[in-house]
Design a protein. Structure first.
Length: 84
């Protein structure tokens, strides 16, 4: 089952711990709102960041930026979406 984890707050330690322990190669992590400030190193998970949130905060990260339209497609494509 493919899971899309959306992190909106980088201070949510429970979310980070749960993603590390239960993720697989089909899962993805999407950083939104203040979540784009986070530094994540997850080998088995694709990491994306909301392009609009990166621009609004003037942040440049190595994560793949995605638009709101792409985020909507991701939510549909994944079997489940978990918002932290």
């Amino acid at each position: 089952m493919k899971s899309l984890h959306i992190i909106r707050n980088i201070e949510d330690q429970l979310a980070c711990s749960a993603i590390r322990s239960s993720s697989n190669a089909e899962d993805a992590l999407l950083l939104m709102q203040d979540g784009v400030y986070g530094e994540f190193q997850l080998d088995s998970v694709k990491i994306y960041a909301c392009q609009e949130d990166l621009l609004a905060r003037n942040i440049k990260k190595e994560y793949q930026p995605v638009s709101y339209q792409e985020i909507a497609k991701m939510i549909i494509e994944y079997d489940r979406t978990i918002v932290w």
